[in-house]
Design a binder for this molecule. Structure first.
Ligand SMILES: Cc1cc2nc3c(=O)[nH]c(=O)nc-3n(C[C@H](O)[C@H](O)[C@H](O)COP(=O)(O)OP(=O)(O)OC[C@H]3O[C@@H](n4cnc5c(N)ncnc54)[C@H](O)[C@@H]3O)c2cc1C
Length: 380
């Protein structure tokens, strides 16, 4: 039987970030388990890589601030290449309730030091030529938001963790979590048992199943999200921000010479199905033409589906599980896991290495689901 100080289950961007942050704090006897044939094979490799400050709760804004600061020094920290494009996020708002909520949230974000602005519809149209703004009440815009490459960040973290001593085991699944006397003592895998006192559940959409291995119920549900890419499209400038048409949860941004488009089906049933839904594409195109009629000239080239790991309040579960000592969760990111991966890695590593994180995330503990929760408003 082998052993490790910490076993991380899940080789997406969260698991890789936790591994690197642990190693950086001197906890190098770490095993990262990934059941699939490569790292980032789950949600991470299917993400559209958006990074934003604009959230409705202060804790999410702080996670973004810490993460974005780390993204800016990622190459220096990990010695790995990383390309980011910082062209901002623009939220287009067409109803009074959301516009009021976003104005309150912008004040909160500004109080936390974020350069975020309220725009008139005309100002939004000037930033995004082709955007239909007649029905908008306003928009919010943060020029410091952007886009990164989740696959490259995962590989960068994993390689840097390996250099510091972490072991990355690809194609190896955790099949059981052995708990004795209320504490984790080992992880069973498809390649044998690993004795350990710490397990971190970074299994994304599979996090509830990994919770089950330890006898813990986690309210994390997989929900399909579909994304499409267009051919080269010259009828909008190259430097437009990510645009979020908030009411229908439709978004688009530049991807090279083309565009990435997506829209959330709010009636999507939970499950692991990854098929593309032709009917949903039609719904999305109808909305795209309404918000930006110029998109009629864009040609969809291909699409894919991925899974959000969602919680009832749209916020992640971060930290220990009270009933099993040594079992921590970093999952349930509800569409924000890439952008919050640096801060999450730091927080989980500090919990293990120092006993407490330097960022207060008490409100993101799993215990909140036994109390009344406030839902994150800006889930796309
Ligand atoms: C279409 C789409 C667009 C998105 N856009 C954005 C965005 O713009 N910005 C953003 O921040 N986020 C976005 N997200 C969300 C983001 O991708 C996720 O929050 C993030 O990738 C979660 O990372 P993770 O490491 O927790 O999960 P994953 O990447 O899913 O990794 C979990 C891993 O655990 C492995 N695993 C599961 N069970 C076991 C086991 N028993 N043993 C070993 N390994 C196991 C899986 O194989 C998987 O590789 C998007 C997601 C999708 C689907």
């Amino acid at each position: 039987m082998s052993s490790a100080d910490v076993v991380i289950i899940g080789g997406g961007v969260i698991g890789a970030s936790v591994a690197w942050h642990l190693a950086r704090l001197g906890v190098t006897d770490v095993v990262l388990l990934e059941k699939d044939i490569s790292l980032a094979a789950g949600s991470t490799g299917r993400s559209v890589g958006g990074i934003r400050h604009q959230f409705s709760s202060a804790v999410n804004v702080r996670l973004s601030q810490v993460s974005i600061a780390q993204f800016h020094r990622f190459s220096e920290d990990t010695d790995a290449p990383a390309d980011f494009v910082w062209r901002g996020y623009l939220f287009a708002l067409d109803n009074a309730a959301d516009w009021a909520e976003f104005q309150t949230n912008v004040a909160m974000q500004q109080a936390l030091g974020v350069d975020v602005r309220l725009l008139t519809p005309a100002e939004a149209a000037a930033l995004v030529p082709g955007l239909m703004v007649d029905d908008l009440l306003g928009a919010t815009y943060c020029p410091l938001d952007g886009v990164g490459d989740p696959y490259a960040i995962t590989q960068g973290y994993a390689q840097a963790a390996r250099r510091l001593g972490a072991r990355v085991r690809i194609g190896v699944a955790a099949t059981d979590i052995v708990v004795e006397g209320g504490r984790v003592v080992a992880v069973e895998t498809t390649e044998g048992r690993i004795a350990t006192r710490w397990v971190v559940n970074c299994a994304g959409p599979w996090a509830a199943q990994v919770g089950d291995l330890a006898g813990v119920d986690l309210p994390i549900v997989p929900l399909k999200r579909q994304v499409y890419i267009t051919d080269a499209f010259d009828l909008m400038p190259r430097d437009i921000p990510m645009v979020i048409d908030f009411t229908p949860s439709f978004y688009f941004r530049r991807e090279g010479a083309g565009l990435v488009l997506g829209m959330t089906n709010k009636d999507q049933p939970p499950g692991f199905d990854l098929s593309l839904d032709r009917n949903w594409l039609d719904v999305m195109i109808t909305q795209a033409l309404r918000r930006a009629p110029v998109l009629a000239e864009a040609r969809i080239m291909r699409g894919w589906a991925g899974l959000y790991d969602t919680t009832p309040d749209g916020n992640p579960i971060l930290g220990p599980v009270p009933e099993v000592a040594g079992f921590l969760v970093a999952a349930g990111f509800s569409g924000h896991g890439f952008m919050h991966s640096p801060a999450t890695g730091q927080i989980i590593a500090e919990m293990i290495a120092h006993g407490a994180p330097s960022i207060d995330v008490a409100e993101l503990g799993v215990e909140r689901f036994t109390a009344a929760a406030r839902r994150e408003h800006n889930v796309i």
